[in-house]
Design a protein around this ligand. Structure first.
Ligand SMILES: C[S@@+](CC[C@H](N)C(=O)[O-])C[C@H]1O[C@@H](n2cnc3c(N)ncnc32)[C@H](O)[C@@H]1O
Length: 201
């Protein structure tokens, strides 16, 4: 797998980023969306899982969790930090997700938490095709999207949420929730959009 542009800046900072990512809880990050998530045991896919904070919390709740993470250093930290729970880690990346798609599995819940803004406008349509294909009938896709300044050394594209809701609609995904919120880490100029889509049954 070639490193996607969106992973720029993550590998070298993995240990410091782990401290930041694990300083907030799954419940805090997903507060607006939690009531839309399936009850355990469900098949859950966390794409761009980072150090596995959310994957670990979902596994502890009794879900079957696959964590996709293209940055080897973050994956290694996640495997070490959350060795006590059952998470299957895969080294793969959007938009293509070739290893994951080759397995032919479908998921009741797919998370992209702080990941979607790393994709270029050209990568988003094929990525949305693949995300829709990974959902079970009635399956849900949760996107948490960062807005505001791009940190030095990273690659992000800040597009209005309407771009994503329109794209998802062309793939037949139904918007169930949209909200915006401030940054849990209090970073200046940073704010977030939470989106939740459902695959028709
Ligand atoms: C801000 S971190 C979020 C990590 C984790 N989801 C969390 O909320 O703590 C963004 C993650 O997206 C991953 N990423 C970047 N580009 C990606 C791509 N094209 N496909 C999948 N993951 C990607 C990075 O490696 C990094 O782990």
């Amino acid at each position: 797998m070639n490193a996607p542009a969106g992973t720029a800046g993550y590998g070298d900072a993995a240990e410091q980023l782990a401290v930041q990512y694990e300083s907030v809880s799954f419940a805090e990050v997903h507060r607006e969306l939690l009531h839309h998530y399936p009850a355990p045991p469900a098949a859950v896919l966390d794409i761009g899982a980072g150090t596995g904070r959310d994957a670990a919390a979902l596994a502890a709740l009794g879900h079957r969790v696959v964590a996709v993470e293209p940055t080897p250093e973050l994956r290694a930290v996640g495997e070490r930090l959350h060795a006590d729970v059952d998470i299957r880690w895969i080294a793969d990346a959007l938009p293509g997700l070739p290893l994951l798609l080759a397995e032919g599995e479908r998921y009741d819940l797919v998370l992209l938490t702080a990941v979607w803004m790393h994709l270029t406008p050209a990568e988003r349509p094929p990525a949305m095709d693949n995300l829709a294909a990974l959902l079970t009938p009635g399956g849900r896709l949760a996107l948490t999207i960062r807005h505001g300044p791009t940190p030095p050394g990273r690659h992000m594209v800040d597009l209005p949420p309407e771009h994503t809701t329109a794209l998802a609609a062309t793939r037949g995904l139904r918007l169930l929730h949209r909200s915006s919120r401030s940054d849990l880490h209090g970073r200046g100029g940073v704010h977030w959009t939470d989106l939740l889509f459902e695959q028709p049954r």
